[in-house]
Write a protein that binds this ligand. Sequence first.
Ligand SMILES: [Zn+2]
Length: 71
Amino acid sequence: MVKKIKCPYCGYTGEPSDFTYMYETVLYMTENHVIPEERERPILVICPRCRQGFFLKSPYSKLIDKIMEEK
Ligand SMILES: [Zn+2]
């Protein structure tokens, strides 16, 4: 079962692996530790055709997590 992702800007539709993903991450520094922010952040999806970035809501986010783990 593979879901297709469609770009809302140019209409490009492709496999999740065709797109580029960016996580926005914030880290907090203390004296001895780096503490990742606990709040869940959306994943920015970059369209391979028009290079526009857009956000996806679940169920895509779980799927993308899996892709990121495999890389
Ligand atoms: Zn696009």
